[in-house]
Write a protein that binds this ligand. Structure first.
Ligand code: PGA
Length: 252
């Protein structure tokens, strides 16, 4: 059975003091992570090293929210996979809808980062999802298919089976409008089928597909019990120790 992976995307929130407060709260609320569940924290770059030291001896893992597709060089303002690894990251979120929308990230740019993440031993959390206008035009399937295939272009099956895909309908992010479990399950099943077409059923069955978009303690359980929902990428509700630990418990 696939494990459940709950990741907290802190976005552009928490300075050093806020990071310490949140992590101390999580350690108190969640002294152990339930079996078959993984919990990942994705703070801003400036908090990674501090988070790593505060999380020593816990089962929480660390991820970043973005990276560049080169190891080093003249790329002012960018962060490389080597830097993320040395800061203690195992995971990296790539292609979040806010990066696509506000920073014009394209499928091919995101794909170059997915390739680089695998090359350097990081696990990418590849985000896909349609906007409200796209859902209303009934093109969710095409949008998600293009994003999944674009993100995975040229990725061999041996890497693909370790990717995490986060389905995040853009209309549900930060809006309080969560997809119904049935709506989410339908797209997750479709994503599983797309990966089966690309890599075969055995690989597709291993891929973790997270749901993201207004996941809260009161809706997490039902979402996480859908057959193709293998975890959550949590924004707003990961900024409070109470609510993030309740979502981790709901995954069990
Ligand atoms: P939200 O964000 O939980 O605040 O909707 C999810 C995300 O953007 O990853």
């Amino acid at each position: 059975m696939r494990e459940k992976i709950i990741a907290g995307n802190w976005k552009m929130n928490k300075d050093a003091a806020g990071t310490a407060e949140l992590i101390e709260g999580l350690k108190a609320k969640c002294p152990s992570i339930p079996g078959n569940v993984k919990a990942v924290l994705c703070p801003p770059f400036t908090s990674l090293a501090l988070a790593k030291s505060l999380l020593a001896g816990t089962q929480f893992e660390l991820g970043a929210q973005n990276m560049y597709s080169e190891n080093e060089g003249a790329f002012t303002g960018e962060i490389s996979p080597l830097m993320l690894k040395s800061a203690g990251c195992t995971y990296v979120i790539l292609g979040h809808s806010e990066r696509r929308q506000y920073f014009a990230e394209t499928d091919s740019f995101i794909n170059s980062k997915v390739k680089k993440a695998f090359a350097e031993g990081l696990i990418p959390i590849l985000c896909v999802g349609e906007t409200l206008a796209e859902r209303e035009k009934n093109v969710t399937d095409q949008v998600v298919t293009t994003q999944v295939k674009g993100g995975l272009a040229g990725i061999p099956a041996s890497d693909a089976e370790r990717i995490i895909i986060a389905y995040e309908p853009v209309w549900a992010i930060g809006t309080g409008k969560v997809a119904t479990p049935a709506q989410a399950q339908e797209v997750h099943k479709r994503i599983r089928t797309i990966t089966a077409e690309l890599y075969g059923q055995a690989v597709a069955e291993k891929i973790i597909i997270q749901y993201g978009g207004s996941v809260k303690p009161d809706n997490a359980k039902e979402l996480l019990h859908q057959p193709d929902i293998d975890g959550a990428l949590v924004g707003g509700a990961c900024l409070k120790a109470d609510s993030f630990s309740a979502i981790i418990q709901a995954a069990h």
